[in-house]
Ligand binder design. Structure first.
Ligand code: DI6
Ligand code: FE
Length: 402
């Protein structure tokens, strides 16, 4: 049923206006052919819409469905053992040096078939969907050879065909240097990363191109070569930047009109200015901050001052953020980063859509795809405030009731 009017609801449109959250009290949303055609106070609804089937929301809250704009949700294995080792005193760096970390996930991912990558990702995907998620971004980056990078992206595409979710893929060949690669980081970029990107693009597996800019990963110069190839292929870019140190990644990304720069704990004001100029979204990842017990906070106040759009995401990955809850991510963003609940909600709706280049999602307004969630709460701040409680009552995906 793709035509209906959702009524008897408070509507958080997530459009900036006079009301916080773009709230409409006693609101209604009209959906036709899976698109939102009208939204407003129920007493101002145009007469012709009253002929549509009516869906009583019983006083609940409607929001745009959530968008997790940064995940590594497809991967082999897990790293619970490293979690234990860290609690016994080992550091993330020591574990990596001993063959753990990203490399251990790489080995497990290479050993997995596409089918098993899909099968192990699905429970994590379902955990997100159960909390009103309609769009998930999924990165490659644990294959680090041509075949496995492609397999990760094939698995990501497959997930969209198996569940009511929209998947956007990001190619992250420049995530880490595989330890079994006999060559330099420069030759890895030329011999593996760029050829894998070309092949993945030929198979239509890539929606955006990502990289990890950090002393333990790749330099701005190396990543720029990947970005040049991305632009030549007509693909937008994004970047893991300034997560562990200030490396200049955000400024590089802004120079290539990146959709987003992500993490950003060590970002400085020049980087914030560059992102403001290019309209690059700042994606903050409180799950990684929490798991790594980071103490450097992302410069949220500076982002507000320069009007950089802020999104938040799970960064779901087996090492630094084994997190599959956007509700908890919102709570963490408020408590750890001092985002307001309104910023947190905007961060997983309107701004997350921008971080993925999706102009037709992330708000409740005419012309948007009807990805809408109904919550058994009376005010949107409740979505951030509770910890470990899921008040989702219903989700509509492209207007279809699930
Ligand atoms: N930043 C991160 O936090 C993850 N990747 C990245 O570029 C870490 C991934 C892992 O430890 O498996
Ligand atoms: Fe990440």
């Amino acid at each position: 049923m793709l035509n209906r009017v959702l009524h008897n609801a408070t509507v958080a449109t997530c459009i900036t206006g006079s009301e916080p959250y773009g709230l409409i009290h006693n609101g209604a949303v009209a959906v036709k052919e899976g698109l939102i055609v009208w939204c407003g106070a129920v007493d101002s609804m145009p007469d012709e819409l009253t002929a549509l089937p009516m869906h009583d929301c019983e006083g609940g809250l409607l929001t745009p469905s959530f968008i997790d704009c940064h995940t590594h949700i497809v991967h082999g294995g897990h790293r619970a053992g490293e979690f234990e080792q860290r609690l016994h005193g080992a550091t993330y760096a020591e574990i990596s040096a001993a063959g753990g970390g990203i490399v251990s996930t790489m080995s497990a991912t290479r050993a997995a078939s596409v089918e098993s990558l899909v099968a192990t990702a699905l429970p994590r995907v379902e955990s997100l969907l159960a909390e009103g998620v309609s769009v998930i971004e999924i990165k490659s980056g644990y294959g680090l050879d041509i075949d496995t990078e492609l397999n990760m992206l094939r698995a990501a595409r497959k997930i969209q065909s198996l569940r009511p979710v929209t998947v956007k893929t990001s190619f992250l060949g420049a995530h880490a240097l595989p330890t079994d690669y006999n060559g330099s980081k420069d030759s890895y970029i030329d011999e593996i990363c760029i050829p894998a990107l070309e092949k993945a693009h030929q198979e239509n597996l890539v929606d955006a191109v990502d990289g990890f800019c950090e002393s333990i990963a790749f330099t701005p110069d190396q990543l720029e070569r990947v970005f040049i190839k991305a632009h030549a292929l007509g693909l937008p870019v994004k970047l893991h930047a300034e997560q562990l140190s200030l490396s200049g990644g955000a400024t590089l990304a802004a120079g290539y009109n990146a959709l987003s720069a992500d993490h950003l704990e060590y970002l400085d004001e020049d980087g914030v200015r560059a992102m403001a100029k290019s309209g690059t979204v700042a994606v903050l990842l409180p799950g990684a901050f929490y798991t790594l017990r980071e103490t450097q906070h992302p410069p949220v106040e500076m982002m507000r001052k320069h009007a950089v759009a802020i999104a938040i995401a799970t960064d779901c990955n087996p090492g630094s953020s084994p997190l599959t809850s956007l509700l908890l991510t919102m709570n963490m963003a408020c408590t750890l980063f001092r985002l307001t609940p309104e910023e947190a909600l905007t961060g997983i709706t309107r701004n997350a859509a921008r971080a993925l280049g999706l102009p037709d999602r992330g708000t409740i307004s005419p012309g948007m795809i009807a990805d809408i969630s109904l919550w058994n709460v009376s005010h949107p701040s409740e979505l951030c405030y509770r910890i470990g409680f899921n008040p989702l009552s219903q989700r509509f995906h492209s207007g279809a009731e699930l």
